[in-house]
Design a protein around this ligand. Sequence first.
Ligand code: ARG
Length: 459
Amino acid sequence: MLWGGRFERGPHPEMVAFTRSVDVDLRLLPYDIAATKAHARVLVAAGLLEDSDLPALDAALDDISSAWGSGTLEPAPEDEDVHSLVERLLTERLGDLGRRIHAGRSRNDLVATDLRLWCRDAAAEMVDALTELVGFLCDFAEGQLETVMPGFTHLQRAQPVSMGFHIVAHACALVRDIDRFKAAFASSDVSPLGAGALAGNTLGLDPTVAATELNFGATFVNATDAVADRDFAADLLYACATTMTHLSRVAEEVVLWTSSEFGFARIADDWSTGSSMMPQKRNPDVAELIRGRAPGVVADLGALLGILKGLPLAYDRDLQEDKEVVFHGFDTTIGCVRATRGLLGALRFDKDALTEAARGGGGWATDLAERLVTRGVPFREAHETIGGIVASLERSAVSIADADLAGADPRLKPDDAVDVADPRTLVARRASHGGPAPSEVERQIRTLRSAIARLPRTD
Ligand code: ARG
């Protein structure tokens, strides 16, 4: 029991069960061990422990850590959280030395330290996973520079693009996510250890000793802020929520493309699911689960901000609820990043169907209007003229390749029709900045590759 002295009666078992968090925060154990080792060095620097105490402390902490690693560490009923568990085990192993460790330290600065260390590792792991996914998307896009497909707005066919171009669009969003995780890493990278409960200590402790031991980039400025702040966790969850939003959009397209209505792609057997009743089915369950898990992560962010918004400074027990949402948000997101890589690797395009779809839907109309613009026609008038041609071809069911454009408008030439009829030509001509022409998409891919090659401080 951590606080027996001022109470006459022990805690009610129902209250103990209600307030306990060890099942969730046991995951922080390696970080609690690291923070405890660092704090021991702070105490040595302040003359409150001997240098010669460190080997025994370290050995006991390593022993606890390996028991955790091998799954043999069972919390006792009185262990409220991971911090009280580690302190109890340390005291059981070392007696008085274990009882000295909490001097100048509170679970308030300790839990903030553990969670920051965890978030820092989580952000670095996510940067790696996303970098791998973006690298894969760049390779994937490179192989699809000439695969034409309809580009959509309002899910109506708009202008022909290439699959490579379309994939690069998704990759751009994920590169921004990588930047968000780097930012989340940076905001976690400040040591709160030494803040105590909320107002420091009288023991002459030097918090920079702990910050250096734990490889933090900085030390807290204000002790109350240090224990009350969870912005770093919100930053991580925001990055998770945007990533999930992006993956969900990718997933939605996989669902659409693999439907027989679109018929753009098929998922290889090992990433497709079947139906227990309908023998013919090939279902995109992985994509649907990614789409279905996205709102849960957005909710994790909402829950954390909701926890924080009403809290008086400094620490409040509400903050204990941060870990469940942070862990859930991270676990779900990294699982979906990896599943997206697997799913997209299993996607097989039907290039003929894509080309056919790109040919239909009047995707040539804007290019034809722009052609009139280059011949001196004001755009609004060109738009009107081509709109009329689209309507009349639709009425007569004549394709653009067979259209008598010069007959429809003297400013158009007979070979304009053939020229705009092939979606490949339309794509190749759109070499404007950021456009779908293969050479331009290659440039975009180079930009993305150099963006992911820039080394972050996530070491
Ligand atoms: N288990 C708590 C948490 O996760 C840390 C303990 C702080 N408790 C306290 N009564 N000050 O936030």
